[in-house]
Design a protein around this ligand. Structure first.
Ligand code: NAI
Ligand code: MG
Length: 353
C-alpha cells in the first residue's frame, strides 16, 4: 500500500513524540511492505515564529493533498500573550475546520498495568473501555458573535449548531456504538440550553436507524460525576464541542496519564487527523522524557481508520500493552515497580516487540 502522511510536529514535546510515531510507522511499513512517504509542515507557535501565522497556506494545502495527518501538539508560554489571531491554538482549530473534521474520537481504555497509576480506586477504573465522540467544528468555540465590547465591560460567546451538523456527529456515534457494546449516551444540558433541545430531537430521530443500540440522554453535570464514580457504565458518549473537550480530559484520569490517550479527528470519508490528547507539555519539553505512547497509539488509529490496516493497528496496540506489562514506563506514569525509561527508549521497546 502506498500512502502519503503529513507530519505536523507543532511545539514542545509535539516535536519529540511525532518522531516516535514516525519511527514506529517506518518499522511497521517495512515489515508489511507498505510505502509510506512523509512530509513535515509547520503549525502553531513554531509556524508563528517561522511564517508569522499559526497556520501557513502551504500547511493547509499539504494536508488537503495527504492521505492522513499526524499532529503533535501546539502552544506554549512563549506565545501566551499574543493577540488572538496569533495564538497557536488558532492553527489547530483552523486546520480541523479547513479539513472538515467534525468528529473527534477519543477512546479511553484502562491498561491493566496502569490501573494503580490512576488516582481513582483500582476497582472503579478496572475494565473501563469507552469512546467519547466529540463534535469538533461547531458549538461555543466557533459561534459568532464571540467578542468583547468596546468599553471592555461585557463579553459574549455563542453556542450555535445547525441541524445538519448535529445529524452527522450523531450518525458517527451511532455507527461506533453499533460495532461496540451498543450503548450510546448522548450528553447535553437540555434543562437550560436551547441547542441541547435540538440535539435531543436529532438523537431521538436517528434511533430508528439503529434498533440494536440502546440510547439515553444524560445531563453533562451528571455525566461528569458518573464518569469517575462508575466509568464502566459507559460505552459510547456523544456530545457537543466544549462538553466533549472537558469530559475527555476528565476521562483521561481513568488511564493514569494524559500521555496514554490518542485521538482521531475524522469526517465522512476515511481521511483523518490523528493526535494525542495531551498538549505541548512545556514543563518537560526538550528533556527526552515525554511519554510517546499517546502519539504512537494515535498512529495506530490512523492505520485503522484511514488506511483500513486493522492487523497493523492491532500490532502497535499489542506492542504498547506488552511493553507496559513488562513494567517499562515513562516518568508521567506512577508505577512503583519496573523500569523508568525516556522517550527514545520507550519508542525502541515498542518497535522491538
Ligand atoms: P499538557 O497536556 O501539555 O500538560 C499537562 C501536564 O501533563 C504537564 O505536567 C505535562 O508535563 C504532562 N504531560 C502531558 N503530556 C505528556 C506526555 N506525553 N508525557 C509526559 N507528561 C505529559 O497541558 P497544559 O500544560 O495545560 O498545556 C501546555 C500547552 O499545551 C499550552 O500552551 C496549551 O494551550 C497547549 N495544549 C495543546 C493541545 C493540543 O495541541 N492539542 C491540547 C492541550 C493543551
Ligand atoms: Mg482540551
Amino acid at each position: 500500500m502506498k500512502k502519503n502522511i503529513v507530519l505536523l510536529p507543532g511545539d514542545g514535546i509535539g516535536q519529540e513524540v511525532i518522531q516516535s510515531a514516525k519511527q514506529v510507522l517506518e518499522a511497521l511499513s517495512e515489515e508489511y511492505q507498505h510505502t509510506f512517504t512523509y512530509e513535515t509542515h509547520s503549525i502553531g507557535g513554531s509556524a508563528i515564529d517561522e511564517h508569522g501565522t499559526p497556520l501557513p497556506e502551504e500547511t493547509i494545502s499539504a494536508c488537503h493533498k495527504a492521505d492522513a495527518v499526524l499532529l503533535g501538539a501546539v502552544g506554549g508560554p512563549k506565545w501566551d500573550q499574543n493577540p488572538s489571531h496569533l495564538r497557536p491554538e488558532k492553527g489547530l482549530l483552523g486546520i480541523r475546520k479547513s479539513l472538515g473534521l467534525f468528529a473527534n474520537l477519543r477512546p479511553v481504555q484502562g491498561f491493566d498495568n496502569l490501573l494503580h497509576a490512576s488516582p481513582l480506586k483500582e476497582e472503579v477504573v478496572k475494565d473501563s473501555d469507552l469512546l467519547i465522540v466529540r463534535e469538533l467544528t461547531g458549538g461555543l468555540y466557533f459561534g459568532t458573535p464571540s467578542e468583547r465590547s468596546e468599553d471592555g465591560e461585557s463579553v459574549v460567546d455563542t453556542l450555535a449548531y445547525e441541524r445538519s451538523e448535529i445529524e452527522r456527529i450523531v450518525e458517527k456515534a451511532f455507527q461506533a456504538a453499533n460495532i461496540r457494546r451498543k450503548h450510546l449516551t448522548s450528553v447535553d444540558k437540555a434543562n437550560v440550553l436551547e441547542s441541547s433541545k435540538l440535539w435531543r430531537e436529532v438523537v431521538e430521530e436517528k434511533k430508528a436507524d439503529y434498533p440494536e443500540v440502546t440510547v439515553e440522554h444524560m445531563l453533562v453535570d451528571a455525566t461528569a460525576m458518573k464518569l469517575i464514580t462508575n466509568p464502566t457504565y459507559f460505552d459510547v458518549i456523544v456530545t457537543e464541542n466544549m462538553f466533549g473537550d472537558i469530559l475527555s480530559d476528565e476521562a483521561s484520569v481513568l488511564t493514569g496519564s494524559l500521555g496514554m490517550l490518542p485521538s482521531a479527528s475524522v469526517r465522512e470519508d476515511s481521511f483523518g487527523l490523528y493526535e494525542p490528547v495531551h498538549g505541548s507539555a512545556p514543563d518537560i519539553a526538550g528533556k527526552g522524557v515525554a511519554n510517546p505512547l499517546a502519539m504512537i497509539l494515535s498512529a495506530a488509529l490512523l492505520l485503522r481508520h484511514s488506511f483500513h490496516l486493522e492487523s497493523e493497528a492491532c500490532l502497535i496496540e499489542s506492542a504498547v500493552q506488552h511493553v507496559l506489562d513488562e513494567g517499562y514506563h515513562t516518568a508521567d506514569l506512577n508505577i512503583k515497580d519496573g523500569q523508568q525509561v525516556g522517550t527514545e527508549k520507550m519508542t525502541n521497546l515498542v518497535i522491538d516487540y
